[in-house]
Ligand binder design. Structure first.
Ligand code: ZN
Length: 237
């Protein structure tokens, strides 16, 4: 789902239709923690991929594509990486990412995030020895929120989409304000995609508002609030 269509009507950078372009609203946060997104190549063309927005918001970030039939992803340089490499991936022995844990790490930290399905992520972890040898697998603490992402069914309950997961991880590594900035970006992308995509987007927004605990019992007011906050003025889906 979610391939790019009607390309002329879309912003070349964010792929939203011009009237919903989010580019001017993407925060820019220069962080000490470097983000390395290991993206399955089929993700890049998908409009439901949220990892690419993390790349836009965080200048200290990089994407490498994996899963290409003719080219293995090259991670050899990670062997000489300064500081500590963390792999955000819930292996059975993954360390919960907490402030106590990160205090002990050699800085700077590079956070490696597989972007794609869990199955694809498991494959890359098995295949790339450098990840096994050089990284510490970490997982978000169990109290990290349930996903608010409505556009793509998660293959595990409570699983977060890529931008949400990065927001929570960077929140622990770099501070609460980073998390808030990235979650706001996520909300914006989520809502604007929903507004263009879902045939019954009002229902979906109501559900989201309910789930997010916005003004309980006043779901319609919450929907209005969400529209006001995240959709351009006067926009009618
Ligand atoms: Zn744009």
């Amino acid at each position: 789902m979610g391939r790019r269509r009607d390309i002329k009507e879309r912003c070349e950078e964010c792929w939203f239709r011009h009237e919903l372009c989010v580019c001017a609203l993407i925060p820019q946060r220069e962080l000490n923690t470097r983000l390395l997104l290991l993206m399955h190549h089929t993700e890049w063309a998908s409009t439901t991929n949220t990892g690419r927005f993390a790349l836009r918001a965080l200048p200290n970030s990089e994407v490498r594509f994996r899963g290409l039939p003719e080219e293995r992803v090259n991670l050899d340089d990670l062997r000489n990486s300064p500081g500590q490499l963390l792999l955000l991936y819930p292996t059975p022995d993954a360390q919960p990412l907490t402030t106590e844990f990160i205090q002990k790490l050699k800085k700077p930290v590079t956070l490696i995030v597989p972007d794609g399905t869990w199955r694809q992520a498991a494959k890359v972890f098995r295949r790339e020895r450098v990840l096994k040898e050089q990284t510490i697998p970490v997982s978000l603490p169990p109290d990290a929120v349930e996903s608010d992402y409505l556009l793509r069914r998660m293959d595990k309950p409570g699983a977060l989409c890529t931008l949400e997961a990065i927001a929570h991880a960077m929140g622990i590594l770099e501070g609460e304000d980073i998390k808030q900035d990235l979650l706001e970006l996520f909300n914006l992308v989520n809502l604007r995609t929903l507004a263009t995509r879902s045939p019954d987007w009002i229902e979906a927004m109501k559900e989201w508002a309910k789930k997010a605990g916005r003004s309980p019992g006043k779901t319609w007011a919450s929907v209005a609030e969400l529209r006001e906050k995240y959709l351009p003025k006067g926009y009618r889906p």
